[in-house]
Design a protein around this ligand. Structure first.
Ligand code: UTP
Length: 409
């Protein structure tokens, strides 16, 4: 498109600032900026059109029942047989979500490259591969592992896996794919520049993983190989059990189209999303969406009504994902610290939030799914998140849990 036409369009939506330095640029930079402008969805240029009230609106929230640790113990043999069978028949692939920026940890490389070891090197990616290898060894079958990165951390992630020889995993079964990005805006909805020739973008949340997996032509290959279920999990839990046969068995046996691992919350106000029923269907309510009354509400048996926290470990049937993906996921607006260049072209690195980024969230897919089985696991065995540098869910708390589980570091 001609630059004058683009300029006019941007003026009409009050976003002409993205061309502020255009005339100073070299021809190749001009072309790249125009290409980037043209690649951005129309909606992002019109911040006023985002209806966050609609995105945040909730239906009727009620407590949900889960398959409890005790229920699972009673049926362990049955679940194990079904799960191992599915794994041996190549019906399961794993999807690692590693496109986030991990800003809270304050580590300048992909989070999975963080060395959590003390006496020896132990990288977060390595912990995850070690956990997956246990199932590979148990079933004698390699499990396809798809790793979602972002354009910001893809090269580092891919090179790290190569350098570390995939931590012993069979590289033929590892597939990297890159997630979508979205522009960042200031508090007035004006799209920010990260350099004179580039719009500031950030990873568009973990909700777009299925669309990105498809776009990368990986999904078709998995389906052709006979994969029916995807176990999706986050990068930041060093005790994450991946392709857990019991979980897979329980979900398949239940007839549900998806399943979610849950843990009993440590306290009523723990900062994790909780599984619930929303208008009678499984859903996830974020900790800040629970009213005080709901947070402390108890059932007749004395248990917290919203006691099941999610740990970002889901199993989805691929046919169900195809159905879910026909509807657009809600776009959430999140306040963030966004580096940008000011009107003088000087890079600013704010120390407090200065604008918004846009995200779709995998947790919204649970409510969109026809059915979801909440599956309770022992938190001290399966949940050691590394979110923050210090305090709760930090390197220190994760190390304590590694120790408790006799994992050398
Ligand atoms: P978080 O919600 O913890 O976000 O991601 P984050 O960006 O990694 O970390 P902070 O908030 O900046 O500290 C939960 C999971 O979703 C993945 C992350 O890599 C992590 O596994 N994720 C998040 C993506 O893959 N893409 C995204 O755009 C965001």
């Amino acid at each position: 498109m001609n630059i004058d036409v683009i300029r006019k369009r941007l003026e009409m939506c009050g976003q002409q600032q993205v061309l502020r330095f255009y005339d100073e640029l070299e021809q190749n930079e001009k072309n790249a900026l125009v290409e980037q402008i043209e690649s951005i969805d129309d909606a992002f240029w019109h911040f006023d059109s985002f209806d966050q009230d609609a995105v945040q609106a909730r239906g009727k929230i009620e407590p949900i029942k889960a398959v409890s640790i005790r229920d699972i113990a009673d049926k362990s043999e049955e679940y194990m047989n079904i799960g191992v069978d599915a794994l041996k028949n190549g019906k399961i692939a794993a999807v690692l979500l590693a496109g986030g920026q991990g800003t809270r940890l304050g580590f300048d490389k992909p989070k999975g490259m963080f060395n959590i070891g003390v006496n020896k090197e132990l990288y977060i990616f390595e912990c995850l591969i070690n956990n997956l290898m246990k199932v590979v060894n148990q079933t004698g079958s390699w499990i396809p592992l798809c790793i979602m990165t972002s354009e910001k951390n893809n090269a580092d992630t891919v090179n790290f896996f190569k350098e570390k020889n995939y931590f012993g995993y069979n590289s033929e079964y590892v597939h990297f794919f890159i997630q979508e990005m979205a522009p960042s805006v200031d508090y007035n909805g004006k799209i920010l520049l990260e350099s004179k020739s580039r719009i500031s973008t950030s990873p568009k949340g973990n909700g777009g993983w299925f669309a990105s997996l498809k776009r990368a032509n990986i999904l078709d290959k998995l389906v052709a190989q006979g994969v029916e279920w995807l176990n999706v999990f986050s990068v930041d839990n060093v005790l994450q059990k991946i392709a857990d046969p019991m979980f897979i068995g329980a979900v398949i046996q239940s007839g549900c189209k998806s399943g979610s691992k849950v843990v009993a919350k440590q306290d009523p106000h723990e900062r994790v999303g909780a599984m619930c029923l929303e208008d009678g269907k499984p859903s996830i309510v974020e900790y800040f969406e629970l009213t005080e009354e709901m947070a402390v509400q108890r059932l007749e048996n004395g248990e917290l009504a919203y006691k099941y926290g999610v740990i970002l470990n889901y199993l989805f049937n691929i046919n169900e994902l195809e159905t879910i993906s026909k509807t657009a996921l809600p776009l959430h607006i999140v306040e963030k610290k966004i580096p940008y260049i000011n009107e003088n072209g000087v890079l600013q690195n704010p120390d407090k939030p200065n604008g918004y980024k846009f995200e779709t969230l995998i947790l919204d897919m649970i409510h969109m799914s026809e059915s979801c089985l909440p599956y309770e696991v022992e938190r001290n065995k399966e949940f050691a998140p590394v979110k923050n540098a210090e305090g709760a869910d930090s390197v220190e708390t994760a190390r304590a849990l590694l120790k408790e589980n006799n994992i050398e570091f």
